[in-house]
Design a protein around this ligand. Sequence first.
Ligand code: FES
Length: 252
Amino acid sequence: MRAEIRPIISNREIAEGYHELLFEVDEDFRAEPGQFTTIRISASSTPLLRRPFAFASCADRRASIIYQRRGPGTELLAGKREGDELDIIAPLGNRWPLPSTEETAILVAGGIGMGPILFLATELQESGRPAQLYIGARTGDLLPEESFFGDLNPILATDDGSRGTRGTVADLIPKKFPAPPRFYACGPEPMMRAVHDIALELKAPCAVSMEQTMACGVGACMGCVIRLADGEEYARVCADGPIFESRELLWS
Ligand code: FES
């Protein structure tokens, strides 16, 4: 983990309200799929806290995040331009577990869950492991153009049917697989819960990436805790996660 000021390469809108921010990193900087950075968005006291953002890529001295404009902090971030400086602490948190050679990886993303899932999908594709990628949104405007996904070939679903299949991504997931499935999910909690339920039914492992408001981002303040499955113990999303086996968590 290191604190750095890095120059922004680009900051572009990729779908309605969704941006991809690309920035330079040092040659020896490594972030793995699932890990995140915290960004101090403004030098002033507003917003006061650093914000966490999952990495969407990290290769060839460049890293990226995908974020949604949904408040004063991310509005400010959306105003940053090429050459502006980005104040980051990274890499933070754990990474997605890898599937075994016998398993088929089923990757499911909704909304800003796209970033960490696309990073994993790229890693799996580059290492020649089979994966099926599902991405869902409320409407087609909230999804990037097909070209953004390169040759990852996601299967798309929208609530209103304006892109891909009408319905939720969880509806699209087959219930039978030729090889044992291993599930990965990131996005709105109801979607992750639905994938968790499918994994339970199929007795398959399921990793989820949890989003939580953070203060310190490094495990010191207990500001990001979530409840574990026994209902009594807690885990820190920033330091124990953000990736958890879904069975370890308490789902409401
Ligand atoms: Fe402080 Fe996680 S944000 S412990």
